[in-house]
Design a protein around this ligand. Structure first.
Ligand code: ADP
Length: 470
């Protein structure tokens, strides 16, 4: 709607005209009064008084009209003033009603149009701001913006996570009070000085993070702020470290049997072959070392298949009790003078699992327990239902595991006593963890050093008779 400047209102013209007429009438009255006195001996005077009274009446009526109109205009103006203060308080939906059809109608129309424009602009700005803040909060990179005084004007969620900032009240604080890293603060000030972006890789030891940081000046010279983007390289670095550790672990595991095989082959070549007893002994040891390397390679291959999800584990209803009984007899047959192994699963427990893989889990846990439980000790297998799962436990009265090792037991190559040559590769429990996870279950351990260990794993439960409930 185009605004127009209000023209001189009709009421003003009429009232002004009436005032003018009344003044003319009053003056004419006085004139006639003087003249009447002279001419008519009294009659002219009466007429003159009537004319003056009519003039005064018209003046009075005109003044009344002016007051009534002013009151109405005041009411309209008050409505507009009230509207302006409501809009400035944020009530953008407020509109002023058209009270009268005088010039204030134009004012209220103009006000309403302004309110319409302001509310549309604010809506557009707030929707743009919401989009921007959603975008910034879902970004994988941290973003921090500071003004020319180095105060933070924006800090997204990722930046909060990267710098371990729990409190969300950072806006307006100085960058140096929030990000306590000298290199980043220096980069922010340097990029303003040289008026160019600076990129660098930074390590923050307190939060154990590796970051790629870019500081870009916004605006020109020292008058502008700084945009800092932070890309977290921690996972990439950790992966690189894991890969290096993996290669070094595999090399380490292979080096000793290879060196031993090489030494024994050398001894055989340089004459031990002639000594039948020594030759047999060397060959037996070579065989054992080769077995160890073969087992390491097959464990590695299995772990790699499980980790990459290539291993197809088909799940079917499996009766747990018979799997436990079979595993116990297999392990008992391997050890002549070991601890007693018993199952406390007396009822049918049907789980959703893979027969071969569940047996592999049980064998691994039982063999570990046998390895670390002296003869005379006891190993017990139990089961109890836990929600939709069955929790199977392998409990032993062996040497136990110190608390600091418990969180690492299921990591690849983790051995509690690295010096002990028990023939293990440190991959067994990592494989167990992956198999259990492929069944949708979880695995955990508990132990008291010197008293024994407990290993637990859960499997989806199909049917149970009467196993103990948690
Ligand atoms: P490995 O394949 O060499 O047996 P595991 O991954 O199965 O390795 O086990 C990791 C480490 O956990 C072992 O080196 C051992 O020290 C410790 N461990 C596992 N089970 C037991 C247990 N029942 N009692 C004591 N220590 C155990």
């Amino acid at each position: 709607m185009a605004l127009r400047i209000p023209s001189l209102p009709v009421w003003k013209i009429i009232v002004s005209f009436l005032l003018f007429v009344s003044v003319v009438i009053i003056f004419s009255g006085f004139y006639v009064f003087n003249l009447g006195n002279d001419i008519d001996g009294g009659q002219g005077g009466k007429l003159a008084i009537t004319v003056v009274l009519i003039g005064i009446l018209i003046t009075f009526l005109s003044l009344l009209t002016i007051m009534a109109v002013r009151l109405r205009i005041n009411r309209s103006m008050n409505k507009v003033i009230e509207g302006i203060s409501l809009i400035s308080e944020g009530y953008l939906d407020h509109r002023v009603p058209a009270i009268s059809r005088d010039e204030t109608l134009d004012l209220s129309n103009a006000f309403n149009q302004m309110a319409e424009t302001v509310s549309a602009t604010v809506n557009t700005l707030s929707s743009e701001r919401n989009t921007l803040s959603a975008l910034l909060d879902t970004m994988a990179d941290g973003v921090i913006v500071t003004d020319e005084d180095g105060n933070i004007t924006l800090l997204n969620k990722t930046a909060q996570q990267i710098f371990n900032l729990e409190n969300s009240e950072y806006l307006g604080l100085r960058l140096s009070d929030v990000i306590r890293d000298f290199e980043i603060i220096q980069m922010a000030s340097d990029c303003v000085d040289i008026e160019e972006s600076i990129q660098d890789e930074i390590e923050i030891p307190e939060v154990r993070r590796y970051l790629s940081v870019t500081a870009t000046p916004i605006g020109s010279g020292s008058g502008g702020g700084v945009l800092i983007t932070v890309h977290d390289l921690t996972n990439i670095r950790q992966l690189e470290n894991t890969r290096k550790e993996f290669v070094s672990n595999v090399s380490h595991e292979l080096r000793s049997p290879l060196a031993s095989v090489k030494a024994m082959v050398g001894s055989l070549e340089s004459g031990a072959l002639e000594d039948k007893k020594a030759a047999n002994d060397f060959i037996a040891r070579i065989d054992k070392d080769v077995d160890r390397m073969t087992s390491l390679v097959s464990d590695l291959l299995e772990l790699s298949r499980l980790e990459s999800g290539q291993e197809d584990i088909e799940l079917e209803p499996v009766e747990l009790r018979s799997l436990v009984d079979d595993s116990i007899s297999m392990v008992t047959n391997q050890v002549l003078d070991g601890p007693d192994i018993l199952s406390k699963i007396f009822e049918n427990v049907e789980i959703l699992g893979n027969k071969q893989k569940v047996t592999q889990i049980l064998l691994n846990l039982l063999q570990n327990s046998v390895k670390f439980t002296p003869s005379g000790g006891t190993i017990t297998v139990e089961a109890r239902s836990n929600g939709g799962f069955v929790e199977v436990s392998v409990l032993d009265t062996g040497i136990g595991i110190a608390a600091e090792h418990l969180p690492h037991l299921f990591e690849r190559f983790y051995k509690v006593d690295k010096a002990r040559r028990d023939g293990g590769t440190g991959l067994g429990l990592a494989i167990v963890k992956h198999i259990v996870q492929a069944h949708g279950g979880a695995v955990y351990a508990d132990s008291v050093e010197g008293e024994g260990s407990a290993f637990y794993f859960t499997m989806p439960l199909l049917k149970t008779a009467n196993i103990e409930k948690n």
